[in-house]
Design a protein around this ligand. Structure first.
Ligand code: G6P
Length: 431
């Protein structure tokens, strides 16, 4: 308990004394009561175990139990394909991005989320059938897109011995995925029914693919536990980054019309985190006329694409800039290669690519602040498993806290079901 926090939050630039577009410290302090309600909700669920996502960071037994699967997949396959969509895969895709840039001998993990028939077929046919393992994940076991992909993969494998090549992960109910698994003799693991898909990044759904990818998933849980502990044991709710983050989002939307939340990491491996966060925030909070719209951005790419709008467009955005310290990393920019351009590039030559990234990160932060954009900074030095777990936990807690402050249920998505019914109707009519 009370491991060192893997990430640091700085919310100073959300307030009026720092940016004109921010809100007053007085108003922030008025959020203390809602902050306490949110914190009590989280503490109570953590203590009584009714929200297992708040207990998972402390578990290790499940990780040990996956070892035979991890060993088998790592030894047999060059590629492992994850079949799923939405909350069942975005968490694992987020964590699996940690392997980028690392020397790893584990299989390459691929996420086939979409059902674009051309892209799906082209990606599927790029794998060696004999050297590819599959993991189909669906909490409900009835998501049409995932079942379609699973059945197409079974068809394409087309030999009698594929039963060990595919593992399913779904709730222990009588659902279509379980029936398909039983028909073909596939191993079917239990997806805890109390873990909601978009909150499942730290459960089997998020961590089994990551373990197969060779990631230290205990480190991910450790980072999450540190952030969770800091919340559970917070003395003052608004001193806690997740509760404060929720309070800022809710108050800026309610009192200042700031109804868009821009997620701007300066670490490319966090691109998937952005997409995971987008579902978490949107599906959990977009209810009863509430919610703010998450916007994915990426430093430095969007400096050359979105920054004009961010700095001079409507004052309806709250910014979360996620920063590492890339100084000194990457290739060095050598003057002798620049020829006659060297003189005009004096400011750049001799630096590394990481130095440039760091300067651009700081320039964006300073520009956001000087252009009156309420901005929160989340900092760490290097992205690793603990940091990833910490980030995931902070945004899970922040989402739960924001829902409590808005008095809405973070854990359902009633309107999504309407579209699903329509899809079934359309296909039935065509039959
Ligand atoms: O895991 P599954 O049951 O297949 O669900 C996958 C996704 O389906 C739906 O569209 C829900 O809105 C999402 O919250 C969920 O993550």
């Amino acid at each position: 308990m009370f491991h060192k926090l893997p990430i640091a939050n700085d919310i100073d630039a959300c307030f009026m004394h720092k940016v004109d577009g921010g809100f007053s410290l007085k108003k922030f302090k008025e959020m203390a009561e809602l902050g306490s309600i949110a914190l009590e909700f989280i503490r109570a669920r953590c203590n009584d175990g009714t929200l297992p996502i708040l207990n998972l960071p402390y578990h290790r037994d499940d990780i040990v139990s996956w070892k035979p699967i991890v060993d088998r997949y790592q030894s047999l396959y060059d590629d492992v394909v994850i079949l799923g969509i939405g909350g069942s895969t975005l968490g694992s895709a987020t964590i699996c991005a940690l392997v980028d840039g690392c020397v790893i001998t584990a299989p390459r993990i691929h996420f086939l989320d979409n059902i674009d028939p051309i892209s799906f077929d082209s990606r599927l046919s790029s794998f060696d059938k004999e050297k590819t393992g599959f993991l189909a994940i669906s909490k409900s076991g009835s998501t049409t897109e995932t079942l379609t992909k699973l059945l197409i993969v079974i068809d394409r494998l087309g030999n009698k011995n594929f039963s060990t090549q595919i593992i399913c992960l779904t709730e222990p109910t009588d659902n279509p995925m379980r029936r398909i698994a039983a028909t073909h003799g596939l191993l079917c693991l239990d997806y805890d029914p109390k873990v909601i898909g978009r909150f499942s990044a730290l459960s089997t759904a998020g961590l089994l693919p990551a373990a197969i990818a060779g990631i230290n998933v205990e480190g991910v849980r450790r980072g999450a536990a540190a952030v969770l502990d800091a919340t559970i044991f917070a003395k003052n709710p608004l001193d806690n980054p997740a509760i404060a983050g929720a309070a800022i989002n809710v108050a800026l939307a309610r009192d200042h019309g700031i109804n868009q939340t821009v997620f701007l990491p300066y670490v490319e491996r966090l691109e998937r985190l952005s997409i995971w966060f987008r579902q978490l925030w949107a599906e959990s909070l977009g209810k009863e006329g509430y919610g703010t719209t998450p916007i994915n951005a990426m430093g430095v790419v969007d400096q050359h694409s979105q920054m004009q709008l961010y700095l001079a467009g409507p004052r309806d955005k709250f910014f979360t800039v996620i920063c590492s310290d890339p100084r000194g990393l990457g290739g060095r920019i050598r003057g002798e290669l620049a020829g006659s351009a060297a003189e005009s590039l004096n400011y750049l030559l001799g630096h590394t690519m990481g130095d440039l990234m760091a300067a651009e990160q700081q320039a964006t932060i300073d520009s956001l602040i000087s252009n009156c954009c309420p901005t929160r900074l989340i900092r760490f030095s290097n992205l690793n498993e603990e940091v990833m777990g910490g980030l995931i936990m902070q945004f899970i807690l922040e989402t739960i806290a924001a829902a409590q402050m808005m008095r809405i249920n973070a854990f359902d998505q009633p309107v999504v079901e309407e579209t699903k019914l329509l899809i079934r109707q359309f296909l039935q009519e065509e039959n």
